[in-house]
Design a protein around this ligand. Structure first.
Ligand SMILES: [Zn+2]
Length: 364
């Protein structure tokens, strides 16, 4: 039976094992004598570390996003690999997290016990990434889990229904001679929208920020269907960078196309180049009725790459850890929910966040 005490430090929102010189999703660039596991390539999980452990798709996405050089230790899913830390050996196993392409949960095993770190995850299968599978981590000692949507009102409808609703929005907008614009993050959501709507018969034009990442998805075997690149003037051009399709005489730029753009497009001056548009955001926060108005869009669809409330509970039930630590989103509320269900659970709050929350300046 491992000790009840927390076996790691929680520093600036990252899990840190000082004795092993190991970090999980460190936000600050770490030194060359430390290993950092990068669970996935979303911008809030990456930094210019010197030595990283990650999956092959995450390595490709990281190179595209950060450039530069670093020592990479690429692990396959399920491949248990031994490492030596300054005060002990440890083994790491990356497990598919189902969040975006290449996203990984991390199983850490060392002399003191075993810990599963989920990173961002989702149990619902997606055609755009590997299905979540944490079988190898069952009955671990500690579970550190993200709880972004850790309240009961965040139970998402079936993806098939959300896709049908998005499709209807696109058709209605086109029938009104306007351009449908689907807003989602450039990594993960943009590719998932393409994947889900690939057989719809619609034509897509994708913002430049999402294009190199979409190509990596395709190189890794994800089928995104046909799409064009969007140029600055608002005209679709082939991804290879050809001369581009021009609108029909007297027509609207991008007529007949569905645009896939980052959320910042809603406030972008570039928007005026596209003629009449109707905007829709794809996010789990669309479960809130105010989402549409807060985002300044015409429609909001609850398409998320995170686990919903039921999936968060399902994960804990299936992993059966001795103790759970929650982080991100509704961490305190979800830890309380787990305690009500007789799990041993505690929310992780970075010391500096707590200090600021109390209105006290840190002493160092
Ligand atoms: Zn993420």
């Amino acid at each position: 039976m491992p000790p009840r005490a927390r076996p790691f430090q929680f520093t600036k929102g990252a899990v840190h094992f000082p004795e092993l010189a190991l970090w999980l999703d460190a936000h600050d660039a770490r030194r060359a004598d430390e290993w950092v596991v990068v669970s996935h390539a979303h911008s809030d999980h990456i930094a210019r570390h010197r030595r990283v452990i990650l999956t092959e798709p995450t390595a490709r996405l990281l190179r595209a996003r950060l450039g530069g050089q670093r020592e990479e230790r690429v692990l396959r899913f399920g491949e248990r690999t031994e490492f030596s830390g300054p005060q002990g050996d440890f083994a790491l196993t990356l497990l598919p997290a189902g969040h975006i392409l290449g996203s990984a949960m991390v199983l850490v095993e060392w002399r003191g016990g075993s810990l599963l770190y989920t990173g961002d995850f989702r149990l619902r299968p997606s055609p755009a990434c590997e299905p979540c599978d944490f079988t190898l981590a069952r009955d671990c000692d500690w579970l550190v889990m993200e709880t972004t949507f850790g309240r009961p009102e965040y139970v998402f409808p079936p993806v098939s229904q959300v896709s049908a609703d998005i499709l209807q929005f696109c058709h209605h907008t086109l029938a009104a001679h306007a351009t449908p614009v689907l807003l989602g993050w450039t990594l993960g959501k943009a590719q998932e929208l393409l994947c889900l709507l690939a057989n719809s018969g619609l034509r897509f034009a994708v913002h430049a920020a999402a294009l190199p990442l979409a190509r990596i998805y395709e190189q890794c075997g994800v089928r995104l269907g046909a799409y064009e690149a969007l140029d600055d003037a608002g005209f679709g051009v082939p991804p290879s960078g050809g001369s581009g399709a021009r609108p029909p005489e007297g027509g609207t730029p991008n007529a007949g196309r569905v645009l896939i753009c980052p959320p910042t497009f809603a406030q972008s001056p570039q928007r005026t180049a596209f003629g009449p548009c109707r905007l829709a955001v794809a996010t789990g926060w669309a479960m809130e009725s105010s989402c549409k108005y807060r985002s300044g869009v015409d429609a909001a669809f609850p398409l998320s790459d995170h686990a919903d409330f039921n999936e968060l509970i399902e994960l804990v039930r299936q992993v059966r850890p001795r103790r759970v630590f929650t982080t991100h989103g509704f961490a305190a509320e979800f830890a309380a929910t787990l305690r009500d269900l007789s799990f041993d659970a505690e929310a992780l709050v970075a010391a500096e966040q707590l200090t600021f929350a109390l209105g006290v300046q840190p002493s160092h």
